[in-house]
Design a protein around this ligand. Structure first.
Ligand code: CP
Ligand code: NVA
Length: 307
């Protein structure tokens, strides 16, 4: 592993390496603190979009491991506008030991990786959100004790989060059902990749229109916002299409009684998820958010920990 750009690039062994190390680091942290395995290391964090979880969990992750992180706001670097992406990568990678970037165009993160001398981590692009999905399957593994054969139902927009969840699930043999409205499904090439991984791991993929069909027998229900960052001008149109895809008590009642409800957050409460569900007994939203910290510490240790 040199960079983390998409889970599609990882082998199942690499995914498990991250999950196992995340578990170890979480345990160590709970017992009083992590060893400073990244002492003297620095992470440059480029943001083209807002963030709470990604920014804070990466920064705290570096601090917990003895290193430091540098926040570079959207106005500071102006990636690709003030300076070309290759030049930003060439310069920044002379100063820091790793780069984490949240970008609009996925091509920008690929280009950063191509021109950087140090590891590059995708902190969300319009195509994927690999750190999120790794933290998510870590959460499921922690709570269920296994991943193989566990069914996750994703209800909503076939977006970056859905893409990474499909890749993560099919790498580790989870079953995944996705229910999206017409015109908002996952891209065909994403589905094709997921099917290739599923053929290797034994995962089953269901692509359906009806949310109730997706959640039948599910152990996890997952949703995300209807309008992602960068799509704000489509908000009104999407608000008309997506209401049947709301994760509410009636939908949760159609899954297994012990179903876990997940959301990458931030949530638009009252739209894709109701308060009753987000704050209800099946919700694991905040354990899931915490696990960003632990999963990413594993990623940082694996990418930046060895010279
Ligand atoms: N889930 C997630 O990536 O949250 P932020 O946008 O707050 O980083
Ligand atoms: N799909 C959302 C995820 C935010 C963490 C977005 O891209 O805005």
């Amino acid at each position: 592993m040199k960079h983390l750009i998409t889970i599609a690039d990882l082998s199942a062994d690499e995914v498990w390496q991250i999950l196992n190390l995340a578990r170890e680091l979480k345990e160590e942290w709970r017992k009083g603190g992590n060893k400073p395995i990244l002492k003297g290391k620095t992470l440059g964090m480029i943001f083209q979009k807002p963030s709470l979880r990604t920014r804070v969990s990466f920064e705290m992750g570096m601090i917990h491991l003895g290193g430091q992180a540098l926040y570079l706001s959207p106005d500071e670097i102006k990636l690709g506008a003030r300076e070309s992406v290759p030049d930003v990568a060439r310069v920044l990678s002379r100063y820091v030991d790793g780069i984490m970037a949240r970008v609009f165009a996925h091509n920008d993160i690929q280009e950063l990786a191509a021109y950087s001398r140090v590891p590059v981590i995708n902190g969300l692009s319009d195509y994927s959100h690999p750190c999120q999905a790794l933290a998510d399957i870590f959460t499921i593994w922690e709570k269920r004790g296994k991943l193989k054969g566990v069914k996750l139902a994703y209800v909503g927009d076939g977006n970056n989060v859905a893409t990474s969840l499909l890749f993560a699930a099919t790498k580790v043999g989870m079953n995944i059902a996705l229910a999206s409205p017409a015109g908002y499904e996952l891209d065909d090439d994403v589905v094709k990749l997921g099917q290739e991984f599923a053929a290797r791991s034994g995962s089953e993929i269901e692509l359906v229109r009806d949310p109730a069909a997706a959640v039948r027998g599910a152990e996890v229900i997952y949703t995300d916002v209807w309008t992602s960052m960068g799509q704000e001008e489509e908000t009104e149109k999407r608000l008309k299409v997506f209401p049947p895809y709301q994760v509410n008590a009636a939908l949760v009642a159609q899954a297994r009684p012990e179903v876990m409800v997940m959301h990458c957050l931030p949530a638009h409460r009252g739209q894709e998820i109701t308060d009753q569900v987000a704050d209800g007994p099946n919700s694991v939203l905040f354990d899931q958010a915490e696990n960003r910290l632990h999963a990413q510490k594993a990623i940082l240790a694996l990418l930046l920990g060895y010279d």
